[in-house]
Structure formats: C-alpha cells, structure tokens
Design a protein around this ligand. Structure first.
Ligand code: FES
Ligand code: FES
Length: 234
C-alpha cells in the first residue's frame, strides 16, 4: 500500500524510486510474494494511470502560465526634442509614464490621468496630445516635443516662456508645461490669434491658480513679439 500511495501521488517522479526499491530486495520477482506486492503498484505507473489524480484539475489548468505572462515588451524608438531614444516598453504603458519614469523627462506633468486637465500635453507630429491617454507603443518613430525641448537652448527661454514669466501667468506652475505647449501648437498654426481663439486653444488645459486671464495675455504678448521679430528679420 505504501509504495502504491507514493507512486500514485507523485506520478512518474517516483517510478524510478520504486524501481530502485525492487533492485535492493534482490529477490526473485516470480517467487517472492512481497516482491509481487511491491510490483503491483508499478502497474499504476502504466502510461495513463499516474495522470488520473490530475484529471479533476484539468479544466483549471493550474500549472499553465496565465496569458499575461507571455506578453512581450515592444522595442520602440522615440524621437524626442531632437534626440532619439530606443527602448523596450510594456504594451500597456502610457507615453506619460515612459517620459517621466524611463526617460526622466519630468517636465511633462501627470494630473488627472484621464484626459481632462491638459497637464500632460505634448506635441506629437504637430498634434497636441494628452500623454496620459497615449500608449507609448503607438509613438514608435514619432517626433515628440516636450516642455524640455521648447527653449532653443538651456541658456535662453522660448518667447512663450518669456511672456509667461513677464505677464505673471505662472503661479504654482503645475499647468504651465501643458499650457505653454498648447500655446506653441496654436501659434504654430495661427500667428495672430484673437483672444477667443487663444481661449479656445486652452480649452483642454485647466489652471487652478491664475484665472486664465494672465495666460491669455501672455500668449497674445508672444504673438506680438514673434510678429515684431519676423518684421525685424526681413
Ligand atoms: S494628466 Fe493627462 S489630461 Fe490630465
Ligand atoms: S499656475 Fe497653478 S495650476 Fe496653473
């Protein structure tokens, strides 16, 4: 019974154990009654029998890896602020996570995480995008502008940033990267926006501090500065 229990419980792993037990007895398998008893369980090791106890568990397939375990990371290349980054990302990670956590580009903020506040705004291939709602894998080979790339160099500010500072359009600053990139997107397509057009372009960006008037004023000021600069450059 003992060998039967062992071989039954542990399946093929103990088949070799029971074989060893037989060889240790050195008795004649045809004449030794104990040996015959020992031999009986080996029958249960015939191809199908050891697997029987597992059959009730078969529907649950407990030993099979869950499907998620086989999901592979994706190799992508992101072109950000003129630099190229090659990295492997899980398919469910957002562009915001990859920018902030993998590339340490923390100028892009995470506010609501649901597309409502605009704090995470970046420019992708000339489109204004909520990075919290954008999968990083979808950004493979795209051109991305974050707030870190807005100024032409580390030594000087972009005219939008200058105007935000000069007009007092920054208080806590949490909304500022998204606001400035929305302003950049607007001024890239409309050099002389009206106040209404400016406000409309900021409709996806929330600010808890400034009341918006100073931000609108700053963007209008930027438009004027850039117009003057264009005239001067002619
Ligand atoms: S964090 Fe993306 S819209 Fe608020
Ligand atoms: S300056 Fe604080 S949220 Fe806009």
């Amino acid at each position: 019974m003992r060998s039967c229990y062992l071989s039954w419980k542990s399946g093929s792993g103990l088949v070799s154990g029971s074989k060893k037990l037989r060889s240790d007895t050195e008795s004649d398998p045809d004449t030794d009654p104990e040996r015959n008893e020992l031999n009986e369980p080996t029958k249960s090791n015939e191809p199908n029998k050891p697997n029987k106890p597992n059959e009730p568990n078969e529907p649950n397939k407990p030993n099979k890896p869950i499907s998620g375990a086989s999901i592979m990371k994706h190799e992508i290349t992101l072109n950000i602020n003129g630099d190229s980054y090659s990295l492997a990302v899980d398919p469910w990670r957002t562009l915001n996570e990859v920018l902030r956590e993998d590339l340490n580009l923390t100028g892009t903020k995470l506010g609501c995480g649901s597309g409502d506040c605009g704090a995470c705004t970046v420019i992708v291939d000339d489109r204004s995008v909520s990075s919290c709602l954008t999968l990083a894998v979808e950004m493979d080979q795209k051109e991305i502008l974050t707030i870190e790339g807005l100024a032409p160099s580390g030594e000087e500010l972009h005219p939008i940033q200058e105007s935000f500072v000069e007009k007092g359009a920054i208080q806590c600053g949490f909304c500022t990267p998204g606001m400035e990139l929305s302003a950049y997107h607007l001024l890239s397509h409309n050099r002389n926006p009206s106040d209404g057009e400016i406000r409309e372009s900021l409709s996806g960006n929330l600010c808890r501090c400034t009341g918006y008037n100073k931000i609108v004023e700053a963007i209008a000021d930027t438009a004027n500065k850039m117009k003057s600069k264009r005239k001067k450059d002619k």
